[in-house]
Design a protein around this ligand. Structure first.
Ligand code: ADP
Ligand code: MG
Length: 761
């Protein structure tokens, strides 16, 4: 058996991911390896495959108990003999593991680093044939990182004490030079083959949302994705508890996790999440290291983390299985205040005097980078990658910022007025008084305080409150103003010197979502979007079967099959062994265990619905081809069946987006593509009700004379950032015409007049 065969038989994959083949080849040739690959890149396979091919046993050093248990469960499910030794086992159980290991029962043995010093282990190791020592999460060896584990320093002594030096392979997702050097030196790697793969995670969609109403956003998001598993990170335990209570109060099953809870509670909550009993977990950054759950579909950050290293690691827990997943950071100026405050008051006992300044400077720099990420209008993915030393030429086109059109507004004169107003308050009042005064609000409280007598009272009354909020946020960030971090936070004068220079400008950025994207292309793409409606139903069925099997075997569902595998399975709908083995992630061993049950489920599903052809399995298509082959599924442009028409709920005035949602909801056709707002807009413009024009360099949708006579009106909406924009609203008569149009496109012989462009790209 060679590496490729092992990959196919045990793991069900047809091809290696970047870096894997190189690493495996080196190890098999007897050369040490240092592999730096991002989360989800498939590091485990890099030592598991060689472990199967090398004689004797591979010892894997891994920092966390939960991580070991999961890995061993996953290996067993794939038919690989593996065991672990850690403090969760009783003495008797440990003795049994040693006995088995001596008899050669395992190809892989996972141990915690502390164990390496124990007499039992060293005497076992002295006699065993150890072909490779693998150090997983190798950055734990570096004192630079936050995950430093002193016991990792003992690994090298253990290796040196062995009769024959085995190959040593080390794996980490941390890319910094310091960490890389530490690993190489401390582990005394010999002429290691160093493999660094790109840090981009193509399946992750990044976004930053600047806002105050974070609770509403989170609640709304979670409710919109009830079937998805997600992590919500908060900066403090207090935030975790509050948000958790909010979600539970709203009927969302959520777990929580932070260091203030008992170990039992933490374990239970973590398991509930991993075993898909609760889809959502709200947690501090104490949660996550060693969570290999592959089907985390989103990671929300309720607060801004203190560094990009932290952010990328936490966000990177989404989408390990390679299916599209979202990483959204909710950001407010408050976050920056809090973080600055925390850094200013950081406890430096135990730190050498000369290091304090160094650490402070480093922390401040990291925070600045993070702030930059939250404020940039450039490509978010490129921002991250360039921080980690990877340069890109073009924006990625698939992050939040790439899908927005930014406009810069010069507010220098307004800024000066705000500062004048703060001057007049003598720094005694908070944001609300400031806003009320500048806007000239008619409030009793302002009269009481006397701000209605200020020269700045009402000077900015032609601005909207939202704009002023953004502006003040910007002035705080720029340091022209400062906000105290206590409970009755007031706004004071900062350093306004730079503003006295004639060419200093204060600008704020506002944006609107680009039309095509807002109507739902990449950003709202979900991993299951490659499926037809029937395919999705099959996916749902298979998911239930997976949960049942997982329960029987007491393992997390993703260990049976990953989401990505189930999606591929639903697209290919295999009804026999050969076809099933062509599904990415189904190897022979897993087939023998679970294949028949899944085939039965698929056959049963198709019997009830003979026409629900999802996609013909493409014999040429390997694992990597999955999405493309699934997309070849025979989807036709959207149409309505006659009986659907009656289910449309008419409304006084609907926006295009609302009509689109309603149409997608009522369609009973199995094989149609999702309808997008742009489709409807194109129809409306083909009948002459609306038109698109370029005004001031922006595409604007307008209503024609004919449209006005049909009762189409335009209404103001306010975006999350406070920009006012207009959208068109359609009365029931027009809604009826749209419904009739899609009903007329009914069926296979339909001549679709409305061709959607680019959406599948
Ligand atoms: P890492 O340890 O680098 O974060 P994992 O080893 O946990 O990543 O692998 C992440 C996911 O990628 C797993 O679901 C794994 O099964 C999958 N995977 C690994 N190698 C391949 C491959 N060659 N083809 C497809 N999927 C793979
Ligand atoms: Mg790993």
């Amino acid at each position: 058996m060679d590496a490729r065969e092992a990959l196919k038989i045990y793991f069900g994959y047809d091809s290696f991911k970047p870096g894997q083949e190189d690493i495996i080849g080196s190890v098999l040739a007897g050369r040490d390896v240092l592999a730096i690959m991002p989360t989800g890149a498939g590091k485990s396979v890099c030592y598991q495959v060689p472990a199967m091919l090398l004689p004797g046993i591979t010892v894997v050093i891994s920092p966390l108990i939960s991580l070991m248990q999961d890995q061993v469960k996953a290996l067993k499910a794939a038919g690989i003999r593996a065991g672990y030794i850690n403090s969760s086992l009783t003495e008797a159980q440990i003795a049994r593991v040693y006995a088995q290991a001596r008899q050669g029962a395992y190809k892989l043995l996972y141990v915690a680093p502390e164990r390496l010093e124990s007499y039992d282990f060293t005497s076992f190791a002295a006699q065993a044939e150890i072909s490779m020592v693998t150090v997983d999460e190798a950055h734990c060896i570096s004192q630079w990182g936050q995950d430093f584990r002193p016991s990792y320093l003992k690994i090298v002594a253990f290796i040196e004490a062995l009769r024959i030096r085995p190959v040593v392979s080390a794996f980490t997702a941390t890319a910094t030079e310091e960490v890389k050097n530490d690993i190489s030196c401390v582990l005394k790697l010999q002429n290691p083959k160093t493999v660094v793969t790109g840090f981009d995670r193509e399946n992750l969609w990044f976004d930053v949302q600047a806002m105050k109403q974070k609770d509403n956003y989170v609640l709304d998001f979670v409710k919109k994705h009830p079937d998805d598993s997600g992590i919500i990170y908060c900066a403090t335990r207090k935030n975790v508890d509050a948000l958790h209570a909010l979600l539970q109060g709203a009927g969302v099953p959520a777990a929580r996790y932070h260091a203030g809870m008992t170990p039992e509670d933490r374990k239970k909550n973590q398991d509930d999440f991993i075993y898909d009993r609760t889809p959502v977990i709200v947690a501090t950054n104490a949660f996550g290291m060693g969570i290999d759950k592959s089907n985390v579909r989103y990671v929300l950050h309720y607060n801004m983390p203190q560094s990009m290293e932290n952010y990328y690691q936490e966000a990177g827990r989404a989408g390990r299985d390679g299916a599209p997943s979202r990483c959204i950071l909710l950001f407010s100026a408050q976050d920056i205040m809090i973080n600055r405050f925390l850094l200013e008051h950081k406890n430096f006992t135990d730190v050498a005097e000369e290091d304090i300044e160094l650490i402070k400077a480093r922390d401040a720099k990291r925070l600045q980078v993070m702030e930059g990420y939250c404020r940039t209008s450039g490509c978010l993915r490129n921002y991250i990658l360039s921080y980690f030393g990877e340069k890109r030429d073009a924006p990625c086109g698939s992050c939040g910022n790439c899908q927005r059109e930014f406009t810069q507004i010069d507010m220098t004169e307004d800024a000066k007025q705000v500062i004048n107003c703060v001057y007049e308050t003598k720094g005694r009042y908070g944001l609300n008084i400031l806003l009320g005064t500048l806007l000239g609000a008619n409030r009793a409280r302002l009269k009481e305080l006397g701000t209605t007598e200020y020269r700045t009272y009402g000077v900015l009354k032609n601005r909207s409150e939202a704009e002023l909020r953004t502006l003040i946020g910007q002035l705080l960030l720029d340091g022209y103003l400062v906000q105290t971090a206590d409970r009755y936070s007031v706004i004071r004068m900062g350093n306004i010197e730079p503003l006295r220079q004639p060419d200093t400008r204060v600008t704020i950025l506002t944006y609107k979502e680009k039309e095509a994207e807002r109507q739902g292309t990449k950003q709202s793409r979900r991993s299951t979007d490659v499926l037809t409606k029937a395919g999705y139903e099959l996916f749902d069925l298979l998911r239930k079967l997976r949960l049942a099997v997982a329960k029987e075997e007491a393992v997390p569902p993703y260990i049976i099959f990953s989401d990505k595998t189930l999606i591929d399975m639903s697209a290919k709908a295999p009804q026999n062994r050969d076809a099933m083995l062509r599904v990415s992630g189904v190897g022979e061993i897993k087939f023998d265990k679970y294949g028949e049950r899944f085939i039965d489920a698929i056959v049963g599903f198709l019997k009830d619905r003979p026409n629900a052809v999802t996609s013909i399995a493409d014999p040429e298509a390997g694992g990597a081809e999955m999405e493309r082959s699934a997309k070849k599924a025979k989807k036709v442009p959207f149409y309505l069946n006659p009986e659907d028409v009656e289910r449309f709920r008419y409304h006084d005035l609907y926006s295009v987006m609302e009509i689109k949602d309603e149409l997608n909801r009522i369609s009973s056709a199995d094989n149609v593509k999702l309808l997008f707002g742009t489709d409807i807009f194109r129809f409306l413009s083909s009948v002459g009700y609306v038109e698109e024009k370029r005004i001031n360099g922006r595409q604007v949708q307008l209503c024609t004379e004919k449209g006005i006579s049909k009762g189409i009106v335009s209404a103001d909406r306010i975006s999350k950032t406070g920009t006012v924009y207009q959208i068109l609203m359609y009365p029931p008569t027009v809604q009826k015409e749209i419904v009739a149009h899609y009903a007329s496109l009914n069926g296979a012989d339909a001549q679709p007049q409305i061709v959607r462009k680019d959406v599948d790209k």
